[in-house]
Design a protein around this ligand. Structure first.
Ligand code: NAD
Length: 497
């Protein structure tokens, strides 16, 4: 069985703790690799490498940094297929979907290639007699990134390209369930000319994370994962004086108003609910059907969902792959059976799926739950699987009240042909990312990504201007060059004249 390594100081480093975690092939259920789980001392070694590298990397010119990033962009592009295959093998998602996440990650590398534009400071001349003021932004130091299993390439690429472009060094702790894509991304960065130690990958579990959160040389933490862990990360790392952005889980609602095009809405609901087997933080997990659209909409979704092809991610015929672990599959299935017991109508039940020849894979089919109420567990919890709940409401007002009562506020969408209703929705809804007839409104790289409420702890969204702001800190320089006119003693508070 293959044993993976960390990536520290620009090279692979064997795990020294003696602890390993299993990496499964979700399509077969078999363990295919083992990943080292770092001890606190191994994390310290990675942070020390980053700390040393950051001191000179921060002084490297913007021209140097961007030339590395341009080469990196080309290398990642040339390795798209290899990255996607690694993702499919460990995560299970279909190859086209894995290619899609690499493409979205590359957007942020491209954004980072333009970092000189983003890092331009501000200058005010003659703010007082012979006094100028310049505002500049400088790197924060060593940044730790802790990422989830469901986007093994894209989420790390939301973080480290911008962080290193801003002059920081980065220690990435990827999900131990899907560790290989991060390793290839780091190796490619070294090949692109990123100096040793500027980007390190340390595998691990809670032990490694806790050390990063409390390490005195870590200045900032970017986290993406589930809400309980995000809350813990934010509380712990801020208590240790770090700046933190911690993105959490989600329960994204798609509101369908009575005038919507129901065929388009049904297509969108199926794509957004069952794509990547629902293991996306921007997946639609609740359709809010307003007025009399419910019956025809549910029927359209049911027809489309029932026709989906589920199979191994490396089979081009598959539209949806398996779930990440057997335990997660069983947990997802329990929500479908639980919903029936709590009074929902199970319009489609995916729990009995068998895939010929791969019986031990982490399979589950797609489920559609109708007549769901906010009191049911399937509505209240983030299921993170291919289960779509439909809540029926009578009016727009009831719909917006329902969406806004959710503790999460990541993405949301409204489907309508009415511009006035869409405008009202985007102003009234409490979520960080809103789609109008767009079910998964993931912002492009030059806008920022982030939710509200329990979907994000901290002040900054990731990438875009917020990302640059998060990975830099401001400094304001007030300058006066010696002039005889400024001579003399004056103990008064400086005022501008
Ligand atoms: P997770 O919270 O279990 O794990 C995320 C990371 O935290 C991993 O690297 C893991 O090793 C580490 N971790 C897990 N438990 C920990 C603990 N107790 N203490 C310290 N570190 C711990 O999340 P996951 O299951 O890997 O990913 C799925 C979750 O991520 C879902 O809730 C999903 O909505 C969320 N997610 C959110 C976004 C977003 O942008 N808001 C994007 C992707 C995924």
């Amino acid at each position: 069985m293959k044993t993976l390594q960390h990536w520290i100081d620009g090279k692979p480093v064997e795990g020294a703790s003696g602890d390993f975690g299993p990496v499964f092939a979700p399509a077969t259920g078999a363990q295919q690799k083992q990943v080292p789980l770092a001890s606190a001392e191994e994390v310290d070694a990675a942070v020390a490498s980053a700390r040393a590298a950051q001191r000179f990397w921060a002084t490297s010119s913007l021209a140097k940094r961007t030339s590395v990033l341009f080469r990196y962009r080309e290398l990642v592009d040339a390795h798209r297929v290899e990255l996607a295959r690694l993702i499919t093998a460990e995560h299970g998602k279909v190859h086209s979907d894995a290619l899609g996440e690499v493409a979205r990650g590359l957007e942020i590398v491209e954004l980072a290639c333009g970092i000189p534009q983003q890092l331009k400071g501000e200058l005010s001349t003659q703010v007082s007699s012979r006094v100028d003021v310049a505002a500049i932004r400088q790197p924060v130091g060593v940044v730790a990134g802790i990422t989830p299993f469901n986007f093994p390439a894209m989420v790390p690429m939301w973080m480290f390209p911008l962080a290193v472009a801003c002059g920081n060094a980065f220690v990435l702790k990827p999900s131990e369930k899907v560790p290989s894509a991060a390793l290839l991304l780091a190796e490619l960065a070294t090949r692109a000319g990123l100096p040793e130690g500027v980007l390190n990958v340390v595998h691990g579990d809670r032990t490694a994370v806790e050390r990063l959160l409390t390490h005195p040389d870590v200045a900032a933490v970017s986290f993406v994962g589930s809400t309980p862990v995000a809350r813990h990360i934010h509380a712990t790392a801020t208590a240790h004086g770090k700046r933190v952005q911690a993105l959490g889980g989600a329960k994204n609602h798609m509101t369908v108003l009575p005038d919507a095009d129901l065929d388009l809405a049904a297509d969108a609901a199926v794509n957004a609910a069952y794509g990547s087997a629902g293991e996306r933080c921007m997946a639609v997990s609740v359709v809010v059907a307003v007025g009399d659209v419910a019956d025809p909409l549910v029927e359209r979704i049911r027809e489309r969902a029932a026709a989906l092809t589920i199979g191994p991610g490396d089979d081009p015929a598959s539209e949806m792959g398996p779930l990440i672990t057997r335990e997660h599959r069983d947990r997802v299935a329990s929500y479908v059976t639980g919903a029936a017991a709590q009074g929902a109508t199970v319009a489609l039940d995916g729990t009995g799926l068998r895939v010929e020849g791969r019986e031990d894979g982490h399979w589950i089919g797609v489920s559609l739950l109708d007549h769901v109420t906010p009191q049911m567990d399937c509505y209240r919890d983030e299921i993170f699987g291919p289960v779509l709940s439909v809540v029926r409401v009578a009016s727009y007002e009831e719909a917006i009240a329902l969406v806004n009562s959710s503790p999460w506020g990541n993405g949301t969408a409204v489907f309508t042909r009415d511009g006035g209703a869409a405008r009202r929705f985007q102003l009234e809804v409490e979520a960080g990312m809103v789609g109008v007839n767009v079910p998964i409104p993931v912002p492009v790289g030059y806008h920022s990504f982030g939710g509200w409420k329990d979907s994000l702890f901290g002040d900054h969204h990731v990438y875009g201007n917020d990302g640059v702001h998060f990975y830099t800190r401001g400094k304001v320089v007030t300058t006066r060059w010696p002039d005889p006119a400024d001579a003399g003693i004056n103990l008064g508070f400086p005022s501008n004249t």
